[in-house]
Design a protein around this ligand. Structure first.
Ligand code: FES
Length: 105
């Protein structure tokens, strides 16, 4: 099972496992990080699943779609490495991916 490294808002880092085929948001949520609200349940309409992708992974993860990018624009904490975690499919190829939960808007 691929592993995901999650840094919470306090800076604590934890490595969790998640099934390939889930979204990164689902992996984070299913592992008890309640600060990732994911209010819309993953349909790209709330932006409460905002994460910053570790620089080493940005190229592999890729950038946001246009709709996702529009939503990210609503955040004060958007950075070049911002993604909505519900829009990143988790897979063996992303084993070891590291993301930081963005501050709450
Ligand atoms: S969970 Fe709402 S946009 Fe990702």
């Amino acid at each position: 099972m691929p592993q995901l490294i999650v840094v919470d808002r306090k800076g604590n880092e934890r490595t969790v496992s998640g099934d390939s085929g889930l979204s990164v948001m689902e992996v984070i949520r299913d592992n008890g990080f309640d600060e990732l609200l994911a209010l819309c349940g993953g349909c790209c309409s709330c932006a409460t699943c905002h994460v910053h992708v570790d620089d080493a992974w940005v190229a592999k993860v890729g950038g946001p779609t246009e709709d996702e990018s529009d939503l990210l624009d609503s955040s004060d904490f958007r950075q070049d490495n911002s993604r909505l975690s519900c829009q990143i499919g988790f897979s063996d190829e992303l084993d070891g991916l590291k993301v930081t939960i963005a501050p709450e808007d």
